[in-house]
Ligand binder design. Structure first.
Ligand SMILES: Nc1nc2c(c(=O)[nH]1)N[C@H]1C(S)=C(S)[C@@H](COP(=O)(O)O)O[C@H]1N2
Ligand SMILES: [Mo]
Length: 529
């Protein structure tokens, strides 16, 4: 894989040198400034400068928080099951140990806060808050930009109108690649072919690709529209492409900044900052540097907020994205789709196996003495053994699991639809939240628990599973009983369930955030993305 990427970079450069040494430099690209008609873009209007810098600001936040998300599962794959050893690139020196259990959580890595937002380890909750808080505004800014682009003549800067752009771009590329800087056009009026192509690619290819591959990672979208991630191969290739788009952005930013500096820094900065065509005033340069420094300063503020006001960020994210997903994605109903042959050969595990005496005793006796307590706002509280649960019915689903960390896996899960439990216990009208308590502990101590809306518990494929891949649920995957709610991320699916309660609200449990990870790691209450 790395060889392929190496070739993608080296082959064009090699070809450029070959052409240069064998045939000579192609003619300087045509720079004759065409006579400017009233239909041509002249200069940079304020909206264009603004959206350019706003875009820069958001891009920095998106990339930095994205890197923090990435290292929570620092491996990228082309296969849905994330089988260890099949990663095409990894950002950890560790191989998965063969001789002991190794959870995905243990596999998460540290990233310096200078690079990642917020950086460090196990900070994916806040990293996601930044990522998702930024994205709607990034998209909005992009839309405004594109609309105004087409409402004015400015589109002519970016949109190639002839295929000639390709050979012309190549000519420019041969110049750059062999360090024969061609005469530059005045960007106030138009760009050279390669520049136009690059800007076009960033706006009209990279940005949409980033959004579309991002959406392909949502459990709610994936299990409703199974065809969607397949546009990119599968969910993990969508994740890999999402990463490659980020790399392309970073490479673009470096080359772009270098070229801005190399081809008349003062004049270029006056263009994009102030919209004036002058090489004499330094104000554009100073203001531009000011914007870059302010963005850097915001990164420090973001770091401070991440550590001092994480709850604020979590709630801000919930008030924007949480609400947005509640009224949209959360309505999608999971569709049966996967076949036996799709089952992943490997399935990462997460969480600490319960250490309590109670669970170990139950496990030692094959859970024969296990009793699931179901109570709360119900008319008929019950205690059910595994046997009794099994007698109530069974459903088998083959589904894709989406962990917040980025890994996925396809497995068969067999168990009792929660709708059957609801029929049995008869929740009162006020019961809208279901809490699942675990025998296991959370990463930071205290028992693991999570809540789901009753509505999501009643979606197709929501079950209490005692079977995985047609065998008894193994201890590391949650024996004797675990939850499956397929339109949510993995952390909502409590393993080693001890009891279930129907409630009016999640607010009176734990730290009032709706789950152990929501309490301790600032994960989202609603996990559709
Ligand atoms: N009790 C308990 N349940 C848990 C967890 C945990 O730490 N403790 N981790 C959750 C997370 S983050 C994921 S991704 C899934 C993992 O399920 P698996 O181990 O079967 O892959 O379990 C969820 N349920
Ligand atoms: Mo997870």
């Amino acid at each position: 894989m790395r060889v392929i990427f190496g070739l993608i970079i080296l082959v064009p450069i090699g070809a450029a040198w070959l052409q240069y040494t064998l045939i000579g430099l192609p003619a300087d690209p045509d720079l004759a400034i065409p006579t400017i008609t009233p239909a041509d873009p002249v200069g940079f209007p304020v909206w264009l400068s603004l959206s350019h810098w706003v875009n820069f600001f958001f891009l920095i936040l998106i990339i930095r928080s994205g890197l923090s998300i990435l290292v929570d599962h620092p491996r990228l794959y082309w296969n849905n099951g994330c089988t260890p050893g099949t990663d095409w690139i990894r950002f950890t020196s560790l191989k998965k140990p063969q001789d002991k259990s190794w959870t995905a959580k243990e596999d998460a890595r540290y990233i310096s806060p200078l690079v990642g937002l917020p950086g460090y380890r196990h900070t994916i909750g806040i990293a996601r808050a930044w990522h998702f808080l930024t994205v709607p505004f990034f998209v909005l800014n992009g839309l405004v930009f594109i609309i105004l682009l087409f409402c004015t003549h400015q589109w002519k800067r970016l949109i190639p109108v002839s295929w000639k752009i390709i050979p012309e771009s190549w000519r420019v590329f041969v110049h750059y690649a062999t360090f024969n800087i061609p005469t530059e056009p005045n960007g106030f009026y138009h760009y050279n072919a390669l520049q136009q192509l690059a800007y076009f690619g960033v706006v009209f290819i990279l940005a949409p690709l980033a959004m579309l591959t991002g959406m392909a990672m949502s459990p709610a979208i994936e299990n409703r529209f199974h065809w969607y991630p397949k546009i990119f191969g599968n969910r993990q290739s969508a994740r890999s492409i999402h990463f490659l788009v980020m790399i392309a952005y970073v490479v673009f930013i470096f080359i772009h900044v270098a070229m801005v500096a190399a081809t008349g820094l003062v004049r270029n900065m006056n263009h994009i900052v102030l919209g004036i065509d002058s090489s004499r005033h330094l104000s554009g340069l100073y203001i531009g540097i000011g914007i870059i420094l302010a963005t850097a300063a915001f990164c420090f503020l973001a770091h401070w907020l991440s550590w001092r006001k994480p709850r604020l960020l979590q709630h801000l994210d919930a008030s924007i994205n949480g609400n947005l997903w509640r009224i949209t994605l959360n309505h999608f109903k999971p569709n049966a789709y996967f076949k036996k042959k799709d089952i992943s050969p490997y399935f990462w595990a997460n969480g600490k196996i319960p250490s309590s005496e109670e669970w170990r005793k139950l496990a030692a006796n094959n859970f024969k003495d296990y009793k699931l307590r179901i109570g709360g706002l119900v008319n008929n509280p019950v205690e059910l053994s595994l046997e009794e649960l099994k007698n109530l019915g069974m459903q088998q689903n083959i589904t894709m699991h989406h962990c917040i960390q980025g890994w996925s896996g396809i497995a068969e899960w067999g168990g009792l639809p929660i709708s059957k439990i609801v029929e049995l216990v008869k929740p009162q009208a006020t019961a809208t939240t279901v809490v699942f308590y675990s025998f296991g502990e959370g990463l930071y101590g205290g028992f693991y628990y999570d809540t789901n809306t009753l509505d999501n518990c009643l979606k197709p494929q929501s079950i209490l599973a005692w079977e995985m891949n047609y065998e008894a649920l193994p201890p590391e995957h949650g024996a004797p009983l675990r939850l499956r709610v397929e339109n949510q991320l993995g952390y909502k699916m409590v393993k080693w369930i001890s009891s279930i309660e129907f409630l009016e609200t999640y607010k009176n449990i734990g730290k009032s955030q709706g789950g152990k990870n929501e309490d301790d790691e600032y994960f989202d209450l609603l996990a559709n993305t």
